[in-house]
Ligand binder design. Structure first.
Ligand SMILES: Nc1ncnc2c1ncn2[C@@H]1O[C@H](COP(=O)(O)OP(=O)(O)O)[C@@H](O)[C@H]1O
Ligand SMILES: [Mg+2]
Length: 388
């Protein structure tokens, strides 16, 4: 029962003192290059802290560590604060990531409560750690950090030594998955190993192969809503442990089977998205959700994402997608991502802006956005900040 409530990140690419809140469903909209994908990358970076393999993650993304920091400031550390809710209590995880050492040199988790107001339940400072084993008795483990690690110190700790809220939070953060690099080319390939979908979409067939019959059925039913002729999804095995995905279609009494490499981008992306929804409950991030997917299918996909068990965040440059979101959800879940004159990415709930709020009374969220002059909107946002 964990929910990722807010993120503050400073000095990560174009995100400088960047704040954003998440609800069960969040949609980022904004111009090209405003920093939407960067927000997904930042959350993926946060997730990677709990896996503790920053080198591997940079390799997967083909990034150098120096690319992580903002090129517009000369700050040394990347600072992160994640607020999360666990069984109605609010916690905050604070990190200072040193890109040179690829680890967090300072870290803590605090619990907010009526009493005490703030309780430190985990801390790493000056190469020493403190972790509260039992939040009732305040029993602590402390010691010097003598091992090498990357990311968060929590990544290197066995879960059995963590108090329940931290353990559950760690697992939730580890299971965050961002599809911001997904490439149909990778989805088409056969695969051999992998219980997870690769960042670029690699291992799709191996990933599907780990599914239970129930999960496969659920996915097939969802796909059939979009492709009524679809009859089955099959994973075919060949020598050397390779597997490949085949789709069986039925027309009248004739069936035909097509290997993934012959399928279109849209259906492959849809399969990857629906497959990811079957994974352990967490926070799933889908970049440019509408890519390759027919307009008629988008409404169904949006409904499925909003109704899923996961926390979900999407980005889009297709404002019409917003028309498929109910006004009450749109009010809190649509975030406008924009760049300041200085080149920093900022986020504001789109319908917190008075002129946008007014429009929402008369038209759908998507039409309200299309109807807006974004330069004027920026001016309006600037005046809001002055008033604060
Ligand atoms: N290290 C960095 N420091 C500052 N700004 C950066 C850095 N890396 C990328 N950017 C900025 O971020 C932009 C890319 O943002 P991106 O997230 O891809 O936008 P979107 O997904 O909204 O199109 C680049 O055009 C560049 O201006
Ligand atoms: Mg992008």
């Amino acid at each position: 029962m964990v929910e990722f409530a807010t993120l503050r990140i400073d000095n990560f690419k174009s995100l400088e003192r960047f704040d954003i809140g998440f609800s069960k469903f969040t949609c980022l909209i904004g111009l090209n290059s405003s920093g939407k994908s960067t927000v997904l990358q930042a959350i993926d970076f946060v997730s990677q802290q709990m896996h503790g393999d920053i080198t591997g993650w940079l390799g997967d993304r083909n990034w150098e560590v120096k690319e992580l920091k903002s090129k517009l400031t000369d700050k040394r550390l990347i600072e992160i604060t994640v607020a999360f809710v666990y069984h109605e209590d609010i916690y905050e995880w604070n990190l200072k990531f040193n890109p040179v050492l690829k680890k967090c040199t300072y870290e803590n988790i605090v619990k907010y409560g009526p009493f005490p107001i703030i309780k430190n339940i985990f801390e790493v400072k000056d190469s020493k750690y403190m972790i509260m084993k039992d939040l009732e008795t305040d029993e602590k483990l402390t010691g010097d950090i003598i091992q090498d690690y990357e990311g968060s110190f929590l990544a290197s700790l066995k879960n059995e030594f963590l108090p329940l809220p931290i353990k559950e939070f760690k697992i939730y953060i580890q299971n965050i998955y961002s599809l911001d690099l997904i490439s149909p080319q990778e989805l088409r390939k056969r695969s051999r190993v992998g219980s997870k979908l690769g960042l670029s979409g690699a291992n799709l067939s191996a990933f599907l192969n780990t599914f239970t019959e129930e999960q496969k059925d659920k996915m097939l039913q969802q796909l059939q809503k979009c492709y009524p002729n679809l009859d089955a999804l099959e994973i075919k095995k060949s020598k050397g442990g390779w597997s490949r995905l085949e789709l069986v279609e039925k027309f009248g009494d004739k069936k035909m089977s097509n290997e993934a490499k012959y399928l279109n981008d849209g259906i492959l992306r849809l399969i990857a998205i629906l497959a990811q929804l079957q994974s352990q409950k967490s926070f799933l991030l889908f970049d440019e959700i509408e890519n390759g997917i027919n307009a008629e299918l988008i409404e169904y996909l949006m409904d499925t994402l909003i109704a899923s068990k996961h926390q979900v965040m999407i980005t889009t440059h297709s404002p019409m997608i917003l028309n498929y979101i109910d006004d009450d959800i749109a009010m809190k879940s649509v975030k406008y991502i924009y760049k300041t004159k200085e080149g920093f990415t900022k986020s504001i709930p789109l319908f917190d802006i008075p002129s946008m709020q007014e429009k929402l009374e008369m038209m759908g969220a998507g039409s309200a956005y299309v109807d807006t002059n974004l330069d004027k909107l920026l001016e309006e946002i600037e005046t809001l900040k002055v008033e604060e």
